[in-house]
Design a protein around this ligand. Structure first.
Ligand code: C2E
Ligand code: MG
Ligand code: MG
Ligand code: MG
Length: 291
C-alpha cells in the first residue's frame, strides 16, 4: 500500500529504503573481502573473578576498520553476516585468532611470580561469540576441536557465548550439536541473559547436559543500577544461576558502585570498562589487573 502513497513523503520513504539496501550490499561485499583477506581484527576483553581479583580469561570481539567504509561496528556487520554462510567464515577467523592469543597467554611466565600466567594450572579461557544458526551446524564441534589442537590447547579453553534464542532451539539437530560440544569438553555460557526467550525447564535441561558453564547477564541490568528494579532483577538472576549450579557473570561493569553492588548480590564474575576495554592480543598478553 506504500505504492499508493504519493508526493514527498513517499519519495523520502523509497529513498531511505534504497539507501539502507545499498548500505547493506556494500557492507556485505566489503565484509566478505575483509574476512578472506584476513583484515578483520579481534580484540580481547578480560573476564574477572570478582572475589579472587584475578583474570579467568578474555572475550574475543570482532573489530573491523574498512579502508573505504571506515570503522563498522559489530552490531551492524554481525547482523548482516549472521544469516549467511559468511558467519561461518567469520567464526573460523575469530576462533583461530582467539586460540592463538590464548596459547600465547597461557604460555607466558608471570615475571612477578616466575610461574606460568595461568595460576594453579588453570588455563585462561577465551570466549567466542556464536550466532544462533551455528548451533544447527554439525561441523561446529570438530572445527573447534581441530582449531584448539592446532594451537596446542585443550578444547576446554574455549567458552562459546550463545544467546538464549539459540539455546531454546530444541530441534534434533541442535541437540546433537550440543551433545557433541559437551562430549568434546567445550564449554558454553548464555550471553545477554534476561532480554531473550529462555524458559526455566530448558535452562535446567541444558545445565544438566554439562555444557552450560555460566550465565552472562545482559549489561542493561547493570547500567540500570542502583534502581530497586535492577537490584531485584539482578538478585533473581543470581538465584537462578545458583539453582542451576552455573556461574553468574555480569557484563558492562563501568563503576565501583556497580562493582560493589554486584559483589554484594553474589556475582562471582564480571567484565566491563571498570576493569578494561577490549584490547589487542598483545595488550591482553601484557594485561594485569589494577585495583
Ligand atoms: P556481546 O557479546 O554481549 O559483547 C559485549 C559488548 O559490550 C561488546 O560490544 C563490548 O565491547 C561491550 N562492552 C564491554 N564492556 C562494556 C562496558 O563496560 N560498557 C559498555 N557500554 N559496553 C561494554 P561490541 O564489541 O560492540 O560487540 C557487540 C556485539 O556484537 C557483541 O555483544 C556480540 O553479540 C556481537 N559480536 C562481537 N564480535 C562477534 C563475533 O566475533 N561473532 C559474533 N557472532 N558476534 C560478535
Ligand atoms: Mg559475548
Ligand atoms: Mg553479552
Ligand atoms: Mg551484549
Amino acid at each position: 500500500y506504500a505504492a499508493k502513497r504519493s508526493g514527498r513523503a513517499a519519495h523520502r520513504f523509497y529513498r531511505a529504503d534504497a539507501d539502507r539496501a545499498s548500505r547493506r550490499l556494500k557492507v556485505s561485499t566489503r565484509l566478505r573481502k575483509a574476512i578472506t583477506s584476513g583484515s578483520l581484527d579481534v580484540e580481547f576483553q578480560p573476564i574477572v573473578d570478582l572475589t579472587a581479583s584475578r583474570i579467568t580469561g578474555f572475550e574475543a570481539l570482532a573489530r573491523w576498520n574498512d579502508t573505504q567504509l571506515g570503522p563498522v561496528g559489530p552490531d551492524e556487520f554481525i547482523a548482516l553476516a549472521e544469516n549467511s554462510p559468511l558467519i561461518d567464515e567469520l567464526f573460523d577467523l575469530v576462533l583461530d585468532r582467539s586460540l592463538r592469543a590464548a596459547a600465547n597467554w597461557n604460555a607466558q611466565i608471570d615475571a612477578t611470580t616466575a610461574t606460568p600466567r595461568a595460576k594453579g594450572g588453570e588455563l585462561l579461557t577465551v570466549g567466542v561469540n556464536v550466532a544462533a544458526r551455528q548451533l544447527r551446524d554439525r561441523t561446529l564441534p570438530s572445527r573447534i576441536v581441530d582449531a584448539a589442537a592446532s594451537a596446542g590447547l585443550t578444547p576446554s579453553c574455549v567458552v562459546l557465548e550463545l544467546t538464549e534464542t539459540a539455546l531454546m532451539d530444541d530441534s534434533g539437530r541442535s541437540r546433537a550439536v550440543i551433545g557433541a560440544l559437551r562430549d568434546a569438553g567445550i564449554r558454553a555460557l548464555i550471553d545477554d541473559y534476561g532480554i531473550g526467550y529462555s524458559n526455566m525447564a530448558r535452562l535446567s535441561d541444558l545445565s544438566a547436559t554439562g555444557l552450560l558453564d555460566g550465565i552472562k547477564i545482559d549489561r542493561t541490568f547493570v547500567s540500570d543500577l542502583p534502581t530497586d528494579r535492577a537490584v531485584t532483577l539482578l538478585e533473581m538472576f543470581v538465584t537462578t544461576t545458583k539453582a542451576l549450579g552455573v556461574s553468574a557473570i555480569a557484563e558492562g561493569i563501568e563503576s565501583d558502585e556497580q562493582l560493589n553492588l554486584l559483589k554484594s548480590l553474589g556475582y562471582r564474575f564480571g567484565q566491563g570498562w571498570r576493569f578494561a576495554k577490549p584490547m589487542s592480543a598483545d595488550a591482553a598478553a601484557r594485561f594485569r589487573l589494577g585495583d
